[in-house]
Design a protein around this ligand. Sequence first.
Ligand SMILES: Cc1cc2nc3c(=O)[nH]c(=O)nc-3n(C[C@H](O)[C@H](O)[C@H](O)COP(=O)(O)OP(=O)(O)OC[C@H]3O[C@@H](n4cnc5c(N)ncnc54)[C@H](O)[C@@H]3O)c2cc1C
Ligand SMILES: Cc1cc2nc3c(=O)[nH]c(=O)nc-3n(C[C@H](O)[C@H](O)[C@H](O)COP(=O)(O)O)c2cc1C
Ligand SMILES: *[C@@H]1O[C@H](CO)[C@@H](O)[C@H](O)[C@H]1NC(C)=O
Ligand SMILES: *[C@@H]1O[C@H](CO)[C@@H](O)[C@H](O)[C@H]1NC(C)=O
Length: 711
Amino acid sequence: MGDFEISAPTASQSPTELYSAPGTYQIGGQTHLRDSIFATACFTALAGIILAAYLRRALPKCRIFNIGRDHGVGSEANTSKQATDRCIVQRMDAAKKDLVVFFGSQTGNSQDLAERLAKEGHSRFGLQTMVADLENYDYETLVDFPPDKAAVFLLSSYGEGEPTDNAIQFFDFITSEDNEGRLGNVRYAVFGLGNSTYEHYNHVARKVDAALSLRGAKRMGVLGEGDDAKGSTEDSFLSWKDEVWQVLSSAMDLREQEIQFKPSFAVSETNAQSAPVFLGERSVDELNGIKTTPSGRHNPCVVPVKHCYELFRSAERNCLHVELDISNSDLAYETGDHVAIWPMNSNTEVDRFLRVFGLIDKRHETIHISALDGVSQLPIPTPTTYDAAARYYLDIAGPVSRQFLQTCARFAADQQQKEVLAKLGDNKEYFAELVSSRMLNIAELIETISPDNPACGIPFAMLIEGMRALQPRYYSISSSSLVQESQVAITAVVESTKFDGRWFKGVATNYILGFKQQKCGEKPAMGNTAYALSGPRGKYKLSVAAHIRQSHFRLPADISRSIIMVGPGTGVAPFRAFVHERAAQASASLSPGNMVLFYGCRTQNEDFVYAEEWKECQRKIGSLLTMHTAFSRQSTRKVYVQDKLTQYASTVRSLLVENGGYVYICGNAGMARQVQAVLCRILEGDTTSAESGETFVKMLKATGRYQEDVW
Ligand SMILES: Cc1cc2nc3c(=O)[nH]c(=O)nc-3n(C[C@H](O)[C@H](O)[C@H](O)COP(=O)(O)OP(=O)(O)OC[C@H]3O[C@@H](n4cnc5c(N)ncnc54)[C@H](O)[C@@H]3O)c2cc1C
Ligand SMILES: Cc1cc2nc3c(=O)[nH]c(=O)nc-3n(C[C@H](O)[C@H](O)[C@H](O)COP(=O)(O)O)c2cc1C
Ligand SMILES: *[C@@H]1O[C@H](CO)[C@@H](O)[C@H](O)[C@H]1NC(C)=O
Ligand SMILES: *[C@@H]1O[C@H](CO)[C@@H](O)[C@H](O)[C@H]1NC(C)=O
């Protein structure tokens, strides 16, 4: 039996050993099959035992594998540890950690910074650090936090200043008013990630900071705030963290040491299949083909793509209407919710990535990944293969991290590559010019730097550490749950940009476009690439992995209330659902209130979506629906939804001021801000309300009569 166990890598092995020769960085208790007959006989039984262990571990906590978050899937078999797993104080104590870096992240930005900070603390000061996903812990025991340790929070804000999904519980806990416990022992620092285009700029970080200090916790340094809109997140982070290190190093009497380079993960290649291999499955449930936990953020459901068709009449741009059939799944939604699509990378990008990093010849080999410190979260599931990692689990086509290029430089194939990579890592302007302005991904960048020898010797263990996990993409559902209970519709514009001869293709939308092309028997058009649409083990057929996220975007509970909807572009998605819902209510003689829809696009003939449907609806429900359209490229004068709102100011005012109406805005955040400014102005001039326009809008928001779904 012992021969077949996956043993943890031994700590005594030094990093240099790991990287001494390309392709031989597999370490630790490497599994060798001494006797293949015995192996075959044992395999089935063993797989069963390991499977059972997985399930035992997963079930009581309702937590199964989640990409980029969960740690130690299958790496800890000790179930008696579970009770203490969610207590951060005990967890730090057991793992002998001095500093915990929590993150509240949706797309990985704050998780990235958390990992960098933890790593720096370790390599620069010899601190024992750990990164923690906020949702993996309970916080009642924070009152017992040891005074000689410290906690850092990296928090992103969303929606109307809301926490990320993984930070909801923590946020509610820490900001709840009946939470009395004193946190005088807690030494903390907070950095917020936000975008000042949004009204509630860095709201989460500010609230958490205020709540912690209200409870007596002691802040190190200032409250840091990064602003995406100014492109200053990186710079703000750098100066904030230097201050935090200064405070912390004098408080903890830390000494700077020469920076050592240590990887966090070990990767071993093995043919011993001691556990089922993840070939693209997004959860243990999917791997096992049985549903043990409800579908959700860590456990998407594979559902058929029932319809998929083009909405634009344009040679250059695509916008897809997609319908997912959720009738044979446990997915359920309400009008206004979001659906998440779990994409995969295109064949072209997968091949490019594997080629550049020297993995293409062994793409289907099984690999095991483990955390060298025993606590770091595994970024991708294990065991898996290089091919599955590149196709399903890693964000190989996404933006390149400048920090990561410095790591790549160490493993460059030649001197010239090394110099360029190092310069890119150092020089912001050079990086912007060569990389971000052209939207190159990491493998394309290496190809650009070294056209003759597009290879980089960076070990896979470093790749998975420096890269992000591939994230699901969210869409505002464009169907009504009242009308189509078992169908989820999406309205998505396909991301596609041409740069002198090269195409940038958005991951998820081009994956969906692949379904449309397959359904219609079309060949991929210019610059389009193929996807492994049949999914892991060929099990997807014409299906996608998806889950539903509840939103707060809801029609009025009182259906007789009038609604104003502002949704240019794909922002119209949820309003298609609203209109369908009220049309159904009207035909059931339920007397829904009036609907006024402000919609905008470039021209009437090119990108006007659902034109026939709107007409059909108006034929059925008559004056119940009024539509005002703004075309930005139809005449010499550009017209936007804001202009249309101004034009119909008196209708808007009377619906909102006199008739208790609701206003809904969906789409781009910049647009939403401009619309709000226009609405404030419209409501300002009103004589029946003594308040200013801004106060009136505030009141509308506070009473749920002003709702936004912005991205
Ligand atoms: C709550 C919510 C609701 C949404 N609803 C809708 C909806 O109803 N309809 C809709 O069409 N969209 C919607 N979106 C947007 C949607 O989630 C996706 O972001 C969008 O479809 C693009 O996804 P993609 O994978 O095709 O593109 P991606 O590959 O994710 O690219 C998107 C962008 O990321 C950046 N980027 C990616 N790779 C690189 C690179 N290598 N270098 C530099 N920059 C890069 C670029 O800015 C690029 O334009 C919504 C988003 C949210 C958060
Ligand atoms: C749909 C959406 C809503 C957002 N809402 C806010 C907001 O209300 N306030 C804010 O400061 N930033 C907001 N942002 C900006 C994010 O917080 C910022 O992009 C951050 O870097 C994301 O970090 P993450 O990758 O860790 O999730 C929003 C971004 C998106 C895409
Ligand atoms: C499991 O963990 C508990 C507490 O940490 C310990 O006492 C016990 O010996 C462990 N058991 C095994 C099999 O490692
Ligand atoms: C900030 O938000 C706005 C509105 O969504 C968006 O257009 C802009 O690209 C964002 N900035 C960055 C750098 O993400």
